[in-house]
Design a protein around this ligand. Structure first.
Ligand code: PLP
Length: 622
């Protein structure tokens, strides 16, 4: 548990059982219910849902929605804020139908709405929400069709806000709302000068690519005044960036936004709504510090600080408190999904043969290298390490020139690995260890080959260096004795994971056991990963399973989606699976005509081809 810091990042949702297995510690009706992940994996196997699998736990999604709403409610009550909070889930963070449907259904009790950044997302919002009190916030650039859809939503009784990103949008909104005879609800997204820490720090402040600066805001206000529609200007919106690690930045941002809010009231706009955007961070590392993958505040602090900052700016000016809206995406969905894969193989960097003295007539450099294996001790490790590199490289040169044979080279490499292992064992007892010796653990780390694609299932790990908590989901009562990184199934040098929480470049793992699967869980992957993924090497969508945990500790498989078949992914890149079958049939038939194979073999080959087309894109056990 300590090795993997579970208590620090799990938010109380995951723990380790006495059997050494990860358990989901799920809040159900105010009680914690424990369910073993290995038990769920067995249930998946019985249903032919093979690894890799994305597992969604519906209760955790519900719980996150409750937590955010309840935390704002408590802050509002504590500080006697004179208005309410409304959450809207930004669909782009996880557009999957099951996720959005669950948010709409469970969020109904809090009138939790949806944020749409495109026409497609607005269509999802219109079809998913069940409660007219839930808000719809439309961000992004909007064409006529987008605006018409939003105006129709208003006609149907929804509170649907158009957040203006550029003055040119105003003209279209004015024109379409006049033509349809619908009064729009307009917001303005402002570009704050407050800069933030974290991954997106270079995109914050004046260089932010979104939002209106003060000049453009004046232009928007004037356009609305000229159209006699200033009374439609109801909301101020800002978004400082995702995964904001520092509460200090958030507070400063809210203060600046409130100044804009006040200015818009002073200009004569009725206002009434303040949208704080997203940014509520997830502590992937559990360090509770303001690092890129962490945050230095709790959810309660986040809510209190926002409510307090708004009151501090508006109260002295006797301005009514607006409805507070937040667009938390990451914090809403991250915990509810985890990604599971099995390990297929391991590459070690250990000596393979027993170290034996070379023969009398062996190559002199090889003998020297052997001497190093015998003479190394705590006092001479740097010197021995340098010698080992020198002799090993010398043997490599000789091999390249054809002067020593393969077996001599292999023996030399084996001696070298033995020396490095000895250095590693002696290093902790040595004062002032040179840098090159401290990194040996990484240089010698095993490579565990996982049945997954980084590009398909953990794209942020590749694209932005996002770290997720990763660990074996069983055997946790055994000491992990290996240090490893992961390689995926793609033939790409970037298809690896060698960054882990806590700044580690290797992960402690267990040696594989023959005939036994070894399962790795990657946690907190519910946000952004699913639709940012790609089909590199044509590894498709994985199997997806949604479970709901019941109060008595049982659980139900609510939904399951079988991952892409090979035929599916081929059709995504414009191949016609039927056409492929026909073409291959012709090739095989030609082999029959040429006498290369019998008709019976033809049938076997064609069946194997068809079975492959229908099969999973990942590694399948027989
Ligand atoms: N709102 C807007 C306008 C965004 O651009 C984003 C994402 O960056 C979000 C909300 C969601 O942010 P987060 O996932 O950090 O809550």
């Amino acid at each position: 548990k300590e090795t993997y810091g579970i208590n620090h990042w799990s938010n109380g949702y995951f723990d380790v059982s006495d059997q050494g297995e990860i358990v989901i510690t799920c809040p159900v009706n105010g009680h914690k219910v424990n369910v073993s992940l290995m038990d769920i994996i067995e249930g998946m196997k019985d249903r032919e849902l093979h690894m890799p699998v994305l597992l969604r736990i519906e209760n955790l999604l519900d719980h996150s929605i409750s937590r955010i709403n309840e935390a704002f409610r408590a802050a509002i009550e504590k500080l006697e804020y004179q208005n309410t909070y409304r959450g809207v889930f930004p669909i782009k963070v996880n557009q999957q139908c099951h996720v959005v449907e669950e948010i709409a259904q469970f969020g109904n009790r809090y009138s939790h709405g949806l944020e749409a950044g495109s026409k497609a997302e607005l269509i999802i919002a219109l079809a998913s929400l069940q409660n007219e009190d839930s808000y719809i916030v439309c961000n992004g650039y909007k064409d006529e069709e987008f605006i018409d859809l939003g105006l129709r939503a208003i006609q149907l009784g929804w509170k649907c806000f158009f957040v203006v990103e550029s003055p040119t949008e105003v003209e279209v909104i004015v024109q379409r709302s006049r033509e349809l005879g619908v009064k729009p609800m307009i917001g303005t997204r402002v570009k704050l000068s407050t800069t933030v820490e974290g991954h997106w720090q270079h995109d914050s402040g004046d260089r932010s690519i979104f939002g209106l600066n003060s000049l453009q805001l004046v232009e928007v206000i004037d356009l609305l005044k000229d159209a006699d529609m200033l009374d439609c200007l109801r909301m101020l919106h800002f978004h400082l960036g995702s995964q904001l690690p520092s509460i200090h930045n958030i507070r400063k941002g809210v203060q600046e936004a409130c100044r804009y809010y006040v200015s818009m009231i002073n200009e004569g706009a009725p206002m009434g709504y303040l949208d704080l955007g997203g940014g509520l961070a997830v502590d992937y590392e559990g360090s509770q510090q303001s690092g890129t993958h962490s945050k230095n505040y709790t959810l309660d602090e986040y809510c209190i600080d926002i409510v307090e900052a708004v009151m501090q700016t508006l109260d002295p000016l006797e301005i009514d408190h607006p409805v507070l809206i937040s667009e938390s995406g990451r914090a809403t969905v991250a915990y509810s999904s985890l990604f599971l894969f099995n390990v297929l193989d391991v590459a070690h960097f250990d000596p393979v043969f027993v170290i034996e003295q070379p023969d009398e007539d062996a190559n002199e450099t090889l003998k020297n290298l052997y001497e190093v294996t015998e003479s190394i001790n705590g006092k001479n490790i740097q010197e021995c390490y340098n010698d080992a590199i020198f002799y090993r490289d010398e043997i490599r040169h000789l091999f390249n020139r054809g002067q020593v044979d393969l077996r001599t080279r292999a023996t030399a490499e084996n001696y070298f690995l033995n020396i490095v292992q000895q250095v590693q064992a002696l290093a902790p007892g040595v004062e002032h260890l040179p840098d090159e010796l401290t990194n040996l653990r990484e240089d010698l780390a095993d490579i565990y080959y996982g049945n997954f694609s980084v590009f398909q299932s953990l794209p942020d790990a590749w694209a932005i260096g996002q770290v997720f908590p990763m660990l074996p989901v069983h055997r946790l009562n055994e000491m992990p004795t290996r240090e490893a990184m992961f390689a995926d199934l793609t033939c790409d040098c970037d298809g690896k994971i060698d960054q882990f929480i806590g700044g580690r470049k290797t992960l402690p793992l267990h040696p594989l056991k023959k005939g036994e699967d070894y399962y790795i869980g990657t946690f907190l992957v519910g946000a952004y990963q699913e639709t940012l993924s790609d089909l590199h090497n044509l590894f498709g969508d994985t199997n997806v399973v949604s479970i709901r945990i019941n109060a008595d500790g049982s659980y139900d498989f609510m939904r399951e989606i079988h991952g892409d078949s090979i035929a599916d992914v081929l059709s995504y890149v414009e191949y016609d699976p039927r056409g492929l079958r026909d073409k291959f049939r012709n090739t095989v038939e030609k082999a029959v005509r040429g006498g290369k194979i019998s008709v019976a073999t033809r049938q076997e080959i064609l069946s194997a081809f068809s079975a492959s087309l229908d099969g999973y894109t990942y590694y399948e056990h027989d």
